[in-house]
Each structure stands twice: as structure tokens, then as C-alpha cells.
Design a protein around this ligand. Structure first.
Ligand code: 9G3
Length: 570
């Protein structure tokens, strides 16, 4: 490909709306352009990367027995009403009407569609298991589309759905996908970890996420170096440490704490360590107000809390409502005399003589004790795991890291097959619901995650398996005919050899060409300058290396092929 003809409009400035590195670099390097919030055009370089990712994904899905289909993006409301999810997803669904005023959604996912499809045409155990997948745009009207391709409103997903006769069959399908996903992310040459995850609203009882490791990833994971355990902190089980020596219960006191509202305030004001305080948070669980209580230095895990309550919606209460019911604002709340049901974290059940708000503005209690001073409605694991917590499998201390969720697999069971009546006749002629799993990979997000993980201060560094081009040939002076001729003849040779090559034939200064080559992240750069002609040598530089190596002109293509081969093994 000639750079002069390639559509890659690079930008010198960092676009101001781009908060994260991958978004900045994909815009600057001319890979993507925004059409509207959370909706992007993929330019030729991005298209090449996406096609490579899709091809690796396809190969593994096919190998695992998946069959590719294309399902409709325009989905009738009836199917979503049948599963009960038309109401659940609210504004997150892109909804539209046809000319007859009938309701539709732009597909945010395809459980309803595919289950209906399979129901209509699969009736016997003899036609199961069945694994169907597609690679296609999905639509979700995110409240805050952010971070470019990381959280788009239109994005490309690979979604596979498995249909089995029983749980045992599901285990096999799930394991096949688990293994296929590992091969995919290894094949993409990304650093990643598999972690246990929450199933969320989708239902089901087992789920794993594939996380590309990146400092600025949205998700936090904990993992054990001693055993294989890893989990999203949304999911990670917090164990109760062995209780320390019993502490004698002291008499509760009410203290005047004017203007002291936060955990930090109380630490500064009265030297009460954060571990000797509790935090009281008020939430609406559907319609009911409830209190969640965690140790002062911990974070409430809203997902765990929601799972404990079993409610549909959970959101923080506004201060006005809280004040009316509890008699105090956010900074002075506590469980003693609280008129709401309070749910405490496991860890709090072990605390003695702690401090909390007195439900009266500017007052706190000290030496509060659970049981004596208040009775919670529940004691559960409702906090976020943190580094240093004990591994729930082997008790070694956990580490934490950030990551980007690029894959997610779920055991669904019969939730959707029952709702959509996807039944089959088993060997005994008995009708049973199919047992399902669903398995997603964010294709466009994987591209962004690859940028996020490997980029440096000069631009993108593509992993070899998904680079848009393998080599870029840069003649230093485009006005020098001999240099250009050497460059063109090398370009022709590379093409013959099947190397994916760009020749930078633009009438630009060498510095501009080098900067662009680095920015778009091509793994190997060949520089043709005066020396190439005098000494019959060219510079070959890896994108990640500081210095080039000199290679005789007549062996460049074999040297380049060898280098690419070595790089593909690393
Ligand atoms: C919706 C909307 C948003 C959604 C969903 C439905 C997330 C929804 C979960 C999944 C699960 C799996 C198939 C591939 C693998 C992941 N956000 N989920 O179901 F209506 Cl608006 O999509 N689906």
C-alpha cells in the first residue's frame, strides 16, 4: 500500500475529548473518527486490525464447533416482552417504531432472538448440542459513552450461544469456550487473566471474564500468586479473618462532632482509626430505603449488596429523603436507632467499640457494639475485596491489578429457554428446556485494549498478529530518484514475498514519516537513505527498539521475514 493513497488522516494534537490513551491514539493515528457520541467510523487501518482479530476469533469458534450465522439487528419488542427484559433495560435499549407503530429494539445482545430461532427448528436431543455464533454490531444507549471504543453505544461483538440437553452438556460447551478464549487471547498476543465474575442481570450461575491487563483498565481484579484464583473485585469473595483477641465492650458515648462528616474527618478530629469506624450508606432497594454498613476504610460492593437484597434496582438515596427518615444528613448516620433495616458487612460483625454517626447532625457515638446497640437485618459479605485480603481458596494474600474486560462467558441454564419455550424431546420422549450458555468477545474493544496495553510515548505498538501492516518502507528523501527507486524495488520484492507493506512515498520530511510510522505502530520500519545507495545497506528498526540494525540490501527481505518469525514466537 502506498502511504500517499492510504486514508489515514493523522492529527498532531491530542483531541481534547479523548480521556484515555487508546482513544487518543486511535484518533490521532487516523484509525477512527467519531460520528456521534459513542459511535465511530473505522478507517482503513482500523478495518485491517478488526479483520485480523475477527479472523483469529472465527478460526477458534469454528474449531470449537461453532457455526456462524447473522442474526437481525432490528428485533421486535414481542420477543423482549416474552423474556421479561423489555421493561428491565429501560433507557439502555435503543428503541424504535416502524410505520405501523410497532415497537422494536436495536439488538443490544441476541439471547431472545437466537432462543426463538432454535425453538422453532430444533425439537430433538439428536440435534443438540448446538453452538451458533455471529460477529456483528451491538447497540446499547449507555448513559455516559466514554473512552472511545471502550464504551461505545455501537460496537462490534462476537457472541456465541450454546444449547445442550443438560447441565453436563453445558459444562462441556462452557469448557470448550473457555479453552477457545484462552487460545484467542494468546493468539492475539495480549497479556490477560481469566477471573471469576458476577453474572449480573443476565442470570445464571457461573461466569468468567477475560481481562486484558492495563493500568487504566475500568475493572479491578484480585488474584492469587500461590494458586490459580482470580476474580473481579465485584465478585471476589471476602473471607472473615480469624477473630483477634476479644476486646471488652465499653460504654457507649455520644460526642459532639461539629462539622465532622467523613471517615477522614473523624480520624483527624478525634484520632479514631478508620478500622474503628463504620460507614453507613442509604440506598433505595426498589422502593424501600435500606442501610448498608461497612468498615470505615472499605468500599461497599453494590453488586454483592444487590444480590443479598434480591432487588431489581439499587441506587443511592438522596440526602433530603435520608434526612427526613433518619433525622440527620449523610455525615452523621449510623445504625443505632436507625429506623431502616441495616445490612452489615461480615467484617463489621467482628468489630468492637467502633464509632458511627448518631443520626443527629454533628453528633457521633463511640464504643458502639453490634448486638448490644443495634440488631442488623443481615450480616453478609458486601464489601469490595482489596489487595492483601486472604485468597478464598488457599489463604495466601491476594494481589490486585486493573484490566479491561474483553471477553465474558456465562452459564445461563434454562432462564431463556424456559421464557422463550425452547424445549426439546429427550431420549425418553419427554419435553425439556434446553440448557444454554452465552459467550461474548468485544471485538472493537479488544482493538482498543491492545492499544491501551502496548502503546508508548510515540504512539501505538501493535502486537504482530493484529498489526494493520507488518513493514513500512521509508525513503528519507522522496525527491531523490535513486532512493525512491531502491524503495520501490524493495516494496515490489516484499509484495512478492507476501509481506504486508506500506511504502511511505509521500512528499514529506523524513521526521514526519518517522513520526507517523511510530504513531500508527507498524512493527518494522525500513529506512532507505544515502547509505543505502553508497554501501548497499538499509536500516531495519523494530518499533520497540531504540536503534536500527544495518542489513545488506540484497538480504533485507529474508532478514525481515526472519525477524517477523522470531517476533511471532515471543
Ligand atoms: C440489554 C441491554 C444491555 C445489556 C443486556 C441486554 C448486558 C445484556 C448481558 C449480555 C450477556 C451476553 C451474549 C454474549 C455474551 C454476553 N447489557 N447484557 O443482556 F437489553 Cl440494553 O449481553 N450476551
Amino acid at each position: 500500500m502506498k502511504a500517499s493513497e492510504l486514508f489515514f488522516p493523522t492529527l498532531r494534537e491530542v483531541p481534547s475529548e479523548a480521556e484515555v490513551l487508546s482513544h487518543q491514539l486511535l484518533l490521532r493515528a487516523g484509525f477512527i473518527r467519531k460520528a456521534t457520541a459513542g459511535v465511530y467510523s473505522y478507517l482503513p487501518l482500523a478495518n485491517r486490525v478488526l479483520k485480523k482479530i475477527m479472523s483469529i476469533v472465527r478460526e477458534e469458534m469454528d474449531r470449537a464447533g461453532g457455526q456462524e450465522v447473522i442474526l437481525p439487528i432490528v428485533q421486535p419488542a414481542e420477543l423482549w416482552k416474552k423474556s421479561g427484559r423489555w421493561e428491565v433495560y429501560g433507557d439502555e435499549m435503543f428503541r424504535l417504531k416502524d410505520r405501523h407503530n410497532r415497537d422494536f429494539a436495536l439488538g443490544p445482545t441476541h439471547e431472545e432472538i437466537i432462543t426463538t430461532l432454535v425453538d422453532a427448528d430444533v425439537h430433538s436431543y439428536r440435534h443438540l448440542p448446538l453452538l451458533l455464533y455471529q460477529i456483528q454490531n451491538k447497540y446499547r444507549d449507555e448513559i455516559r459513552p466514554r473512552f472511545g471504543l471502550m464504551r461505545g453505544r455501537e460496537f462490534i461483538m462476537k457472541d456465541l450461544y450454546s444449547f445442550d440437553i443438560d447441565e453436563e452438556g453445558l459444562d462441556i460447551s462452557y469448557h470448550k469456550m473457555y479453552a477457545a478464549y484462552n487460545r484467542i487471547f494468546q493468539g492475539l498476543k495480549l497479556q490477560y487473566r481469566v477471573v471469576e465474575a458476577d453474572s449480573g442481570a443476565i442470570g445464571g450461575n457461573e461466569s468468567h471474564e477475560f481481562m486484558v491487563l492495563a493500568e487504566n483498565g475500568e475493572a479491578e481484579i484480585v488474584y492469587c500468586e500461590n494458586c490459580d484464583y482470580g476474580a473481579n473485585t465485584e465478585k471476589a469473595v471476602c473471607f472473615l479473618e480469624e477473630s483477634k483477641a476479644e476486646e471488652e465492650q465499653l460504654e457507649r458515648e455520644k460526642v459532639h462532632t461539629p462539622g465532622q462528616r467523613t471517615i477522614q474527618d473523624l480520624l483527624d478530629y478525634m484520632s479514631i482509626p478508620k478500622e474503628k469506624q463504620i460507614k453507613t450508606l442509604i440506598y433505595y432497594a426498589d422502593e424501600e430505603l435500606v442501610a448498608a454498613i461497612v468498615r470505615g476504610d472499605r468500599e461497599l460492593n453494590e453488586i454483592k449488596f444487590k444480590n443479598v437484597l434480591g432487588c431489581n434496582q439499587l441506587f443511592m438515596a438522596d440526602e433530603a429523603a435520608v434526612k427526613q427518615l433518619c433525622g440527620a444528613g449523610f455525615g452523621s448516620l449510623g445504625p443505632v436507632g436507625m429506623p431502616l433495616k441495616s445490612y452489615v458487612d461480615l467484617e463489621v460483625s467482628q468489630m468492637k467499640n467502633f464509632a458511627c454517626g448518631a443520626n443527629e447532625d454533628d453528633y457521633h457515638f463511640i464504643n458502639v457494639n453490634l448486638g448490644r446497640d443495634f440488631t442488623p437485618a443481615g450480616i453478609n459479605d458486601i464489601r469490595n475485596a482489596v489487595a492483601g485480603d486472604s485468597c478464598p481458596v488457599c489463604s495466601a494474600p491476594l494481589y490486585s491489578m486493573r484490566g479491561i474486560e474483553v471477553g465474558h462467558i456465562f452459564k445461563l441454564g434454562t432462564k431463556y429457554s424456559e421464557a422463550m419455550e425452547a424445549n426439546f424431546l429427550d431420549q425418553k420422549g419427554k419435553e425439556r428446556p434446553m440448557v444454554m450458555g452465552c459467550y461474548g468477545i468485544g471485538i472493537s474493544r479488544t482493538m482498543a485494549a491492545a492499544v491501551e496495553q502496548s502503546a508508548d510515548e510515540n504512539g501505538i505498538v501493535w502486537p504482530l498478529p493484529i498489526t494493520p501492516f507488518e513493514v513500512i518502507i521509508v525513503p528519507v528523501n522522496s525527491k531523490n530518484e535513486e532512493q525512491m527507486q531502491a524503495a520501490w524495488s524493495l516494496y515490489e520484492e516484499f509484495k512478492q514475498e507476501g509481506l504486508e507493506t506500506i511504502i511511505d512515498d509521500r512528499d514529506e520530511r523524513a521526521g514526519v514519516k518517522f513520526k507517523d510510522a511510530d504513531l500508527i505502530g507498524i512493527p518494522l520500519r525500513i529506512t532507505i537513505g544515502p547509505r543505502s545507495l553508497q554501501e548497499k545497506q538499509v536500516e531495519v528498526k523494530k518499533r520497540t527498539a531504540k536503534d536500527p540494525e544495518l542489513v545488506p540490501l540484497d538480504v533485507v527481505s529474508s532478514r525481515v521475514k526472519l525477524m517477523l518469525k522470531e517476533m511471532s514466537k515471543q
